[in-house]
Design a protein around this ligand. Structure first.
Ligand code: IMP
Ligand code: MG
Length: 170
């Protein structure tokens, strides 16, 4: 598999993103809402670099993807959203591809009464999303290729890679 983004480059960028997030929220309490499972590694690195004592961390499981192609439908566990009413939410996602997942989810959060909803995504397939979803904090724009590593999987494999690689079978 071909390395697309190496470990050192990721580390440097995540540190910058954490500083930007800290600067934006300042002393305002906010909730880092981590989308499982793909964002787990990014979120762990990001959160410890933000290091804000008033930051809450929550997790939610959304899925819209099977293998290497999108199913085009998103399931949001509706019962879990009420507790975010009145909160400033920063969604942490691994990758924005078509943008469908976050388009549906951020609307659902706003509908549930969140005070503000912002998006932090490690990767974006910019030519696919085409501005459908506005990303407030973006790690890296990438080409329209299926990628794995740093939390991203193909059928639950390769999440453990410390870098991002373009997926191929061998
Ligand atoms: P979207 O709804 O099309 O934006 O898809 C977003 C979700 O699809 C992400 O949260 C990932 O879980 C998954 N996904 C999209 N592209 C890739 C990829 O290249 N590798 C691994 N997962 C991906
Ligand atoms: Mg995901």
């Amino acid at each position: 598999m071909k390395v697309l983004i190496d470990e050192t480059t990721i580390e440097r960028r995540v540190t910058e993103m954490a500083a930007d997030i800290r600067a934006l929220y300042g002393d305002t309490p906010f909730t880092l809402l981590v989308v499982l499972k793909g964002a787990f590694m990014f979120a762990a690195d990001l959160a410890r670099r933000i290091g804000a004592p008033h930051m809450r961390i929550e997790f939610i499981r959304l899925s819209s993807y099977r293998g290497t192609c999108s199913t085009g439908s998103v399931s949001v566990p509706a019962g879990e959203l009420a507790r975010y009413a009145g909160q400033d939410i920063l969604i942490v996602e691994d990758i924005v591809d078509t943008g469908l997942t976050l388009e549906v989810f951020s609307k659902a959060l706003t509908g549930a009464g969140a005070r503000s909803v912002r998006i932090c995504s490690f990767l974006e397939k910019s030519e696919v999303n085409k501005g459908r979803v506005k990303i407030d904090f973006l790690g890296f724009p990438i080409p329209d290729k299926f990628v794995v590593g740093y939390g991203l999987d193909c059928d639950e494999k390769h999440r453990d890679l410390p870098h991002v690689a373009i997926f191929d079978e061998d």
